[in-house]
Design a binder for this molecule. Structure first.
Ligand SMILES: Cc1ncc(COP(=O)(O)O)c(C=O)c1O
Length: 414
């Protein structure tokens, strides 16, 4: 049976139009990397680009590079390159700060817009319990300042919770634990019908699957640069503001880079008219340079092709597990069209199993309390990797090697 599985994997790899892109990444020998949804692999072009920025642009050209190398325009220029990946116009997206900080800025901006329109009453930010913690914490922080009221409603109750008090609906498109997708168009419409604005967190879907923010009439969005965009650890994130809100949505971190004329050094803040108002302080050029390489690579491959392959990979992985008799409780939707590029399984020993797999070179991750999560970043994964990863999962479970003491010790980052 496994013979045919391996033969099938080889056939699928041979016919894979994206197979050649694996060589554009530095995938370590002996590693099957199923965590590109957490930290994308290193593009081979990134070290050379960083070397150039460090040695030439910084080392040799020094401060002149703000103009000569276009450093000052990088947040907007890279935002413009992210835009087509998420169905936005180039001037609606900017690369900056972390996703958490961008959430703060956009939630605040949305609340201020609603206060202007409806008075101080509409303060509720609606989200779902179990959303990524930072999304919930950022609402809570604004609540502590008296600016927001946090309301959480389960997926089935979201629509009916959209009452006259809701200023903003904040949801993560692909759930970080289960990968389950929200219907972005339907929920945006429901929120608008109720007079609310919508902010989508695209961290687990941007660069992984086709998104059309403008077709959905989305108001705002944020997303991570270090996951599917392969921008490197702590890469700058991005923020999207729909064209109709530019100049009206004002974020409150009124640093000088969001000023209409930062180098006029005026005593008073005048907001930039465009998406640059989302900036705050000096952009991190090294991080942006690395992000640019990752974004360009994703754009070159094409999100639609990436998603198609990730669905095929995850389905093949499930099939391989099934053929090996592995019985794990899938918490992701069984229909690949209903999930992002990941599969998550529930097991009370998920942490130890994850560590045992990592020791074998199969790198997935664990999400507290009991989720074993595998991401399928299709630019550098082969079908052969799926068959091999499934073999390792089966062996780890059958042998009970996960019970070894060393696999139970919790590291700071899981
Ligand atoms: C859905 C989601 N939002 C936000 C974040 C955090 O982003 P950042 O670390 O850039 O603040 C993550 C990180 O994994 C995430 O999964």
């Amino acid at each position: 049976m496994t013979e045919t599985t391996n033969a099938r994997a080889r056939t699928l790899d041979a016919g894979d139009p994206l197979a050649r892109y694996r060589d554009r990444f530095d995938v370590p020998e002996g590693v099957i990397y199923l965590d590109g949804n957490s930290l994308g692999c290193l593009p081979k072009a990134t070290p050379a680009r960083l070397e150039q920025v460090v040695r030439e642009e910084w080392g040799r050209d020094l401060i002149r590079s703000w103009n000569s190398a276009g450093w000052v325009d990088m947040p907007a220029a890279i935002g413009a390159r992210i835009a087509p990946l998420i169905g936005a116009q180039p001037h609606e997206v900017i690369a900056c700060d972390s996703t958490s900080v961008n959430l703060f800025k956009l939630i605040s901006a949305a609340l201020a817009m609603q206060a202007g329109k409806h008075g101080a009453q509409r303060k509720v930010v609606l989200s779902e319990p179990g959303n990524f913690p930072t999304d919930l914490y950022m609402i809570e922080g604004l609540e502590r300042q008296g600016l927001a009221m946090r309301r959480l409603a389960g997926r089935d109750a979201l629509a009916e919770s959209l009452d006259d008090d809701v200023a903003l609906l904040l949801l993560t498109h692909a759930h970080y634990k289960t990968g389950e997708l929200f219907d972005m168009g339907a929920l945006t419409r429901a929120a608008h019908d109720a007079g609310a604005l919508v902010l989508w967190d695209l961290s687990h879907s941007g660069g992984a699957l086709p998104i059309d923010l403008n077709a959905c009439d989305a108001d705002f969005a944020v997303g991570c640069g270090y996951k599917y965009l392969n921008g490197g650890p702590g890469a700058p994130a991005y923020a999207f503001v729909a064209e109709r809100h530019l100049g009206k949505a004002r974020q409150p971190l009124t640093g000088w880079f969001g000023h209409a004329a930062p180098f006029a050094f005026d005593d008073d803040y005048a907001p930039a008219a465009g998406v640059e108002q989302m900036l705050c302080g000096t952009p991190p050029i090294l991080g942006l340079a690395a992000l640019e390489v990752g974004v360009d690579l994703v754009a070159e491959i094409g999100v639609a092709r990436l998603y198609e392959k990730s669905q095929a990979l995850s389905e093949f992985f499930r099939q391989c597990l099934h053929e090996r008799g592995v019985k794990l409780d899938l918490v992701s939707p069984t229909d690949p069209a209903q999930r992002g590029s990941q599969l998550s399984f529930r097991h009370e020993e998920a942490y130890a199993i994850c560590q045992a797999l990592i020791a074998r070179g199969v790198i997935g991750d664990f999400r507290d309390p009991d989720i074993l999560r595998f991401g399928f970043a299709p630019a550098y994964l082969r079908f052969e990797d799926m068959a091999e990863a499934a073999r390792h999962v089966a062996e780890v479970l059958e042998s009970g090697e996960w019970q070894r003491e060393e696999f139970r010790e919790r590291a700071a980052v899981t």
